[in-house]
Design a protein around this ligand. Structure first.
Ligand SMILES: Cc1ncc(COP(=O)(O)O)c(C=O)c1O
Length: 503
């Protein structure tokens, strides 16, 4: 048990201090509160009169009681020990940590949006429904699709929804089929979603150019194939040049094409998955449309589909009726709900703000700058960390630390940890799996030339250290609040504890 008296540990740890921050439970003092509820005049009703006894928990559940002031200070102190998109460049390839413009927060703070209960009848929340229909139409225009569901809570939830749609479509045609093809460079959520969707995974190898091997793909096609899941640009950051041939081959055997549109940053306003032949697209709003990301917080992974899948979409969906009003409508052969209520609505509102403020031209410039920045970095770093595939990349570039490993025994992970000491977040390491000592940088469109140059110089200093002082890199980072951890063990043996004595 903690030796700290309740609320007795007042911390004012300096920035990046190494004091252990007390948990909210350790700071708790009975009677303190960080919120105020509006006085409504509605008489209080005991819980037992509203909830059946069987559903009531007889135990008192401990809740941390802290003042607003202490709560804010607690999270500010923790946030000062963290890296964040607001703090600096966060070049995490594939995971995309792009800057979230503050006007989107202003939209989400509008009480006209955030005080509306999701159960409000359609006739009293017409504005919200109009907003959702507007977002659906804009996402369809961007992807070249017919209709979309906004319900899924994240990319992986969108993937599962897409696979359930694939299954519903084939089942309705009397043949659910068995296998889904996935390239070996794919994101790990793809095979997981295929399995959850009740299909078997068939892996397609990449060729020496880092693209899907078309001959190997064709060899796997057959009447039991439900479809293929692809990302284009793929997870190495390269454009699948044979996408039209791939689409034709899969459609010829009656299969569907699923586009993992987790990240649309390279293709916004340039090319659309629908025009490449895809039938299902999920989008991670947090990667392309700059909504908050990570921390398990609310996300959104809308799924857009081509005409033949519209009737299966999750529902109810916000729909514009012929008289111009809006209503909740369930598509005729809907697979049902994939989220409580209508999805994470405030995230959807933020994404619509981002799309609307940028407009078509602005979104096109986003993709141009994202691709330009990634290629600038690829060329600038060529002597320090060569590209895994030496040609024009899209919004991210996959580099390799293999030469450093061979010469000095310094691995990609050591380079990534060294970057933390230089004040940059690490790139993605060891992904995609097909690249040895992979370091995947996604600078995103918002980083300036000066920031990119600063990153390149930081990488150069690390490469120089690999030669002169490799040991210091193997134990990096030494200057951050948390030094090097055994990452595999931390992931496999997670022991969350609120007991300070056990830490
Ligand atoms: C290519 C790709 N697909 C799917 C996902 C899964 O998205 P989410 O993390 O929102 O579930 C990611 C996430 O990093 C991704 O990079």
């Amino acid at each position: 048990m903690s030796k700290i008296a309740p609320g007795g540990k007042a911390s004012s740890a300096p920035l990046l201090g190494n004091d252990i921050e007390p948990t909210l439970f350790e700071m708790s003092v009975p009677g303190r509160s960080a919120y105020q509820l509006r006085t409504t005049g509605v008489p209080a009703t005991p819980l037992k009169d509203m909830v059946p006894f069987a559903h009531l928990n007889p135990e008192v559940i401990p809740i941390a009681e802290v003042s607003e002031r202490d709560l804010v200070a607690h999270f500010m102190r923790l946030s000062h020990r963290q890296f964040s998109v607001d703090l600096g460049m966060y070049p995490l390839g594939s995971c995309t940590m792009k800057y979230n413009p503050k006007f989107c927060d202003a939209v989400a703070s509008d009480p006209g949006l955030n005080t509306v209960h999701p159960g409000t009848p359609a006739e009293l929340s017409q504005g919200w429904l109009e907003l959702l229909v507007d977002l659906e139409q804009k996402l369809c225009a961007i992807t070249g699709m017919q209709a979309a569901t906004l319900q899924p809570a994240a990319g992986a939830a969108g993937e599962l929804t897409g696979l359930l749609l694939m299954r519903a479509y084939h089942t309705a045609n009397g043949d659910p089929r068995k296998r889904v093809l996935i390239p070996d460079a794919a994101h790990g959520t793809n095979p997981a979603s295929v399995t959850l969707g009740g299909y078997e995974v068939t892996t397609i190898p990449s060729n020496e150019r880092g693209l899907v091997d078309l001959a190997a793909l064709k060899a796997q096609l057959g009447p039991d194939v439900a479809g293929i899941m692809l990302t284009n640009p793929n997870t190495v950051g390269l454009f699948e040049e044979e996408i039209v041939e791939i689409a034709e081959a899969v459609h010829d055997i009656g299969g569907l094409l699923y586009y993992d549109g987790a990240n649309l940053n390279a293709i916004l306003g340039q090319v659309r998955p629908g025009d490449m032949g895809f039938d299902i697209v999920h989008m991670n709003l947090h990667k392309t449309f700059a909504t908050p990301h990570g921390g398990g917080g609310p996300g959104a992974g809308p799924v857009a589909v081509s005409k033949r899948l519209v009737e299966f979409l999750p529902g109810p969906k916000a729909t514009r009726m012929t008289d111009g009003s809006y209503a909740w409508v369930k598509p005729p052969r809907s697979i049902g709900r994939v989220h409580g209520w209508h999805g994470n609505a405030m995230v959807l509102a933020r994404a619509l703000a981002y799309i609307t403020v940028h407009g078509g031209d602005g979104l096109k410039r986003v993709s141009e700058h994202a691709v330009l920045n990634a290629n600038w970095l690829r060329v600038r770093l060529a002597d320090s960390l060569p590209a895994a595939y030496d040609r024009v990349c899209m919004h991210e570039c996959t580099l390799t630390a293999t030469p450093l490993k061979q010469k000095f025994g310094i691995k990609g992970l050591d380079v990534a940890k060294g970057l933390l000491e230089e004040g940059f977040h690490s790139p993605t390491v060891y992904f995609p799996l097909i690249v040895d000592e992979a370091l995947m940088f996604e600078p995103t469109e918002t980083e300036s030339l000066q920031t990119l140059e600063a990153l390149a110089e930081a990488v150069e200093r690390i490469v120089a250290r690999a030669e002169t002082d490799p040991e210091s890199l193997r134990i990096a980072p030494q200057t951050t609040p948390v030094s090097r951890v055994d990452e595999a063990r931390a992931a496999r043996q997670l022991v969350p504890t609120e007991d300070a004595a056990a830490r």
